[in-house]
Design a protein around this ligand. Structure first.
Ligand code: DGL
Length: 270
């Protein structure tokens, strides 16, 4: 009855942690494609090919349901996967929709027409590929009207986090927030549209100011997954073991993951 959680690297661990806390009895198989991170500077075909290879590996672990805990893959590949690639007995879900539902104060799965919402000025921080896909704006337009979104492509942040260079990551986040503020001086809300960024959430919050409501995905995705599994218990696959798979060097990736989550994490080769 395992669920698969995929990311290009370590960022999806922020989602895994929240899911493990919310659904402690569900075995989780994590796949981090660290050998190919970052995805955010790749083109859509490349992201599709890498993401589908990873999802197939998770299916082989008995995970019929896979969460793409990667906004870049959700933005650049998920639609194409859902339209033509995923067999009918499997599901692949992205991380965008729970976040947009929270921002637009909707219940999960509420598909009523778009309406005015309280928040009007939203800053989006994401990878270059996510920003250029405009997937966030597309999903938002299905649910809300009159929301001004200013997107900032945060080049370099994922690489710095994957390398464990938190000083560089800190400096890059501050400069991306400055660049955003030059375009939108007073956002009311900010979206951390990359699952690596919660690891830098205090820096985003400090640079944006205490009055900006910062949304990140981990808890929202965990809640919506719990809701989904209640409605679709048959989507729990046959897998019984929890494990961490990586395409990178397992020892190096385990060290970084242990640092980030502050508990022992041991990756094995995918
Ligand atoms: N955590 C991925 C995301 O949410 C990072 C993508 C990348 O590898 O650039 O977008």
């Amino acid at each position: 009855m395992a669920v698969g959680i995929f990311d290009s690297g370590l960022g999806g661990l922020t989602v895994l942690d929240a899911v493990a806390e919310r659904l402690p009895d569900v075995p989780l198989v994590y796949f981090g494609d660290s050998a190919h991170a970052p995805y955010g500077v790749r083109d859509a075909d490349d992201i599709f090919n890498l993401t589908t290879a990873a999802v197939e590996r998770l299916w082989a672990e008995g995970c019929n349901l896979v969460i793409l805990a990667c906004n870049t893959a959700s933005a650049a590949a998920l639609r194409r996967m859902q339209e033509s690639w995923i067999p009918s007995d499997k599901r692949v879900l992205g991380v965008f929709v729970p976040l947009i539902e929270a921002l637009t104060e909707r219940q999960w799965g509420d598909n009523s027409p778009p309406r005015e919402v309280a928040v009007k000025h939203v800053a989006l921080f994401a990878t270059p590929a996510t920003v250029s896909s405009r997937a966030f704006q597309r999903e938002l337009a299905f649910r809300a009207i009159g929301v001004d979104v200013e997107a900032q492509a945060c080049g370099g942040v994922v690489d710095a986090i994957e390398d464990g260079d938190m000083i560089l990551a800190d400096a890059l986040v501050r400069s991306h927030v400055d660049a955003l503020k030059r375009k939108m001086p007073a956002p009311e809300a900010a979206i951390l549209g990359c699952t690596h960024y919660p690891l830098m959430q205090p820096v985003f919050q400090e640079a944006l100011g205490a009055d900006v409501n910062v949304y990140s995905q981990a808890n929202l995705v965990a809640e919506s997954l719990a809701d989904y599994l209640e409605r679709h218990p048959n989507m729990l696959g046959s897998g019984t073991r929890s494990c961490f798979l990586t395409t990178g060097d397992p020892a190096r990736v385990s060290t970084r993951a242990t640092q980030f989550l502050r508990r022992k994490i041991e990756f094995e080769a995918a």
